[in-house]
Ligand binder design. Structure first.
Ligand code: ATP
Length: 258
């Protein structure tokens, strides 16, 4: 029996997970989702989403592949060019990368908006509070005074001065219906999703096939690196990015290990 066989997935604190464990990222993600459910910020269905993501990440080799890194750089350029960028936060995102989303929002001067599939007032407030505890000054999504067209009432709710008005939106781990509806509103949509065949990355202008726990800090690093870039440079990064190629390369890695 190796030392690692004695590490329970059911740890009290994430510091108990050894950083050199071969499945470290997977144990960490699972633990954060469980904690999110206990705290009332993540819906139980978030565990299913996490399980699906975990399987795809295993096949990707649990690393940021070069096409995902290119997508993360293009996403950073889009956010820096945007007039009104918004980062959408659901229960899994809040549980997995709260501080990292706050850092990204600050690096690209974007708003954070709580945007839930299974929306309840308590959960919206709990997530907003969780983000504030991680350094957010302002959190949108509590007003919910506008609707995304073509979605049922609960799932359509957004802030009029947030996602509804945004020109560029980052929607990590988004469900396919809402990703499609946002795309039809002519927004530039950046999606983070480990499944390249899922509808959300398929409709995104920038599909990022990577684990959110790696993707978001890497986007922030790219944004900081590009902080002094002029508009022409940012536009050329955006124009050179090939979404079809990014999706194909991710699928090839997952199917064939290429
Ligand atoms: P569709 O978009 O077609 O509705 P779906 O029903 O699989 O697909 P959901 O269950 O709503 O989508 O969303 C979960 C998605 O999030 C899955 O595609 C899963 O791979 C992805 N996912 C889960 N955890 C992570 C993570 N940590 N990082 C990135 N993506 C993740």
């Amino acid at each position: 029996m190796s030392d690692y066989d004695t590490v329970s997935a059911d740890v009290e604190h994430e510091e108990e997970i050894p950083a050199d464990h071969p499945r470290y990222q997977d144990l960490l993600t699972r633990h954060r989702i469980e904690t999110g459910i206990e705290k009332g910020i993540t819906h139980l269905q978030g565990m299913h989403a996490e399980g699906r993501g975990s399987a795809f990440d295993y096949l990707l080799g649990e690393e940021t592949i070069p096409s995902a890194d290119a997508a993360e750089r293009a996403a950073a350029a889009h956010l820096l060019l945007a007039d009104q960028p918004v980062l959408s936060i659901n229960g899994n995102v809040a549980a997995l990368v709260p501080g990292e989303m706050v850092d990204l929002a600050s690096a690209v001067d974007a708003d954070l908006e709580v945007n839930l599939f299974n929306r309840t007032a308590d959960r919206v407030e709990a997530i907003a509070e969780h983000l504030r505890e991680h350094g957010a000054d302002e959190v949108k999504g509590l007003t919910a005074d506008a609707r995304i067209p073509k979605l049922d009432h609960q799932r359509a709710k957004v802030d009029a001065d947030g996602i509804y008005a945004a020109d560029v939106v980052l929607v990590p781990l988004e469900d396919g219906d809402r990703a499609e509806a946002l795309q039809e509103m002519d927004k530039t949509e950046i999606v983070i999703d480990l499944n390249p065949l899922s509808r959300s990355p398929q409709v995104a202008a920038v599909p990022i096939v990577d684990n959110i726990i790696r993707a978001v800090p890497n986007m922030t690093e790219h944004a900081r690196d590009l902080a002094d870039a002029d508009e022409a440079e940012l536009r050329s990064i955006v124009d050179e990015f090939d979404r079809e190629q990014a999706l194909e390369e991710a699928e090839a890695r997952i199917r064939n290990g290429l």
